[in-house]
Design a protein around this ligand. Structure first.
Ligand code: PMP
Length: 305
């Protein structure tokens, strides 16, 4: 990890190495925290955070679903986020706001827990590696299922849920794959360990319905970009066997960005190389995040006034 200089903690800007939580922090033991993953990109008009309002809105929604009260306003967190990019002198970076139960014992009645909030920003290239963007990755259909909404609301980015993602990711990595595509309890495709999933068949982009996957902000952006460029987009149930006849597949998320999938559980997808529609969507998305498409400037928050 490329260290930055400062982290915003509870309203203060503290040196990077001085933001340690206590060993008995509730969240450390139970994953009782909510978080976001956001990216800032360089544009001709300086660094701009991509869909910042949407991410902060989702952070507060996650907290509401989890029953946690964040002791700051959305505007304060937005301000802290922009501030971290500026104070750390970053232009392209990943940003991690986290709100967590810090002190108040280790019981599950969290009414008296203190909620601490931090925002960190640091330089982090594409999560699955720069080469993944062109060369694609190998997915494994995971033996681990994504918990359905009855078990844990899928639309809340609650840290504890990510133990499931770690299990799926590590099973995939240990068995020679790059990432896992996860099914829900009914056996339909849900999402990947930390990314949404798309397949393309006969020029139509198909993505699982929102019931059992995170309402991803990259997913939403891609759906808008694809429709505005004349592609049909369908949200529907995908059976694992449908994957093998896809012309193209890709996964998407803030950290990973848009990554072509070249094979799934050892079966080659399409030509076994990045598909042409995937490449087109990647290019249009890249223009949008870098402020090169006027109509998508609505998604950018410039950090310098
Ligand atoms: N699914 C899961 C489980 C995730 O953690 C993420 C990353 N936030 C995504 C999908 C992609 O969401 P987004 O595009 O908003 O980053």
């Amino acid at each position: 990890m490329q260290e930055s200089k400062f982290i915003w903690m509870n309203g203060l800007v503290v040196p990077w190495n001085e933001s340690n939580p206590h060993f008995l922090s509730h969240a450390l033991h139970y994953g009782s925290a909510v978080f976001e993953g956001i990216r800032c990109y360089n544009t001709k008009k300086g660094p701009a955070v991509f869909r910042l309002d949407d991410h902060i809105e989702r952070l507060f929604n996650s907290a509401n679903i989890f029953g946690m009260t964040i002791p700051y306003t959305k505007d304060e967190i937005i301000c802290a986020t922009k501030n971290m990019v500026v104070q750390n002198n970053l232009s392209e970076c990943y940003i991690r706001p986290l709100a967590y139960y810090s002190s108040g014992g280790l019981g599950f009645d969290v009414t008296k827990q203190k909620v601490d909030v931090g925002v960190a920003a640091w330089a982090w290239g594409a999560m699955l590696g720069a080469e993944s963007i062109v060369n694609g990755i190998k997915l494994k259909i995971s033996p681990f299922k994504r918990p359905s909404a009855e078990f844990m609301p899928v639309n809340a980015k609650v840290s504890g849920n990510y133990a499931n993602s770690i299990m799926a990711k590590m099973d995939a990595v240990r068995t020679g794959y790059d990432d896992a595509v996860m099914l829900d309890a009914n056996g339909t495709v849900a999402e990947c360990s930390a990314e949404n999933f798309f397949m393309i068949k006969n020029n139509v982009l198909i993505t699982p319905t929102k019931e059992n996957c995170l309402d991803g902000i990259t997913r939403k952006s891609i759906m808008e970009i694809a429709s505005e460029n004349g592609y049909a987009v369908e949200e529907k149930k995908i059976r694992p066997e449908d994957l093998f006849s896809a012309d193209e597949c890709f996964i998407c998320g803030t950290a990973a960005e848009i990554v072509p999938v070249t094979s799934i559980s050892m079966t080659s997808i399409g030509t076994g190389k990045r598909g042409t529609i995937t490449k087109f969507i990647q290019e249009e998305y890249s223009k949008a995040i870098h402020g090169e498409t006027e109509k998508y400037s609505k998604w950018l928050t410039f950090v310098n006034p």
